[in-house]
Design a protein. Structure first.
Length: 81
């Protein structure tokens, strides 16, 4: 049984769940701070216009080494049956 687009085994699902995904977004900065020229250019490339005292956060993907995990492989197995 295939789960999702390309995931078909418990191991593949667990591997995907162990990653974090951050979408691009605007973040408010403390008063008096301003975005760097690099962040202003990146925001423009992604179609964002930054308000004053805001910066742009790029999309990223990585491993959840320092993030608490609440997922259970037994729960995944329940959905595969």
């Amino acid at each position: 049984m295939a789960i999702g687009k390309n995931l078909s085994t418990t191991a593949e699902i667990a591997e995907k769940l162990n990653k974090y995904f951050r979408v691009e977004h605007i973040r408010k900065l403390p008063d008096g701070w301003k975005a760097s020229a690099k962040q202003l250019d990146l925001a423009k490339d992604y179609g964002f216009t930054l308000p004053e005292h805001h910066t742009f956060v790029s999309p990223s993907e990585g491993e959840q080494e320092n993030v608490k995990k609440y997922r259970s492989l037994s729960l995944i197995n329940l959905f595969l049956k």
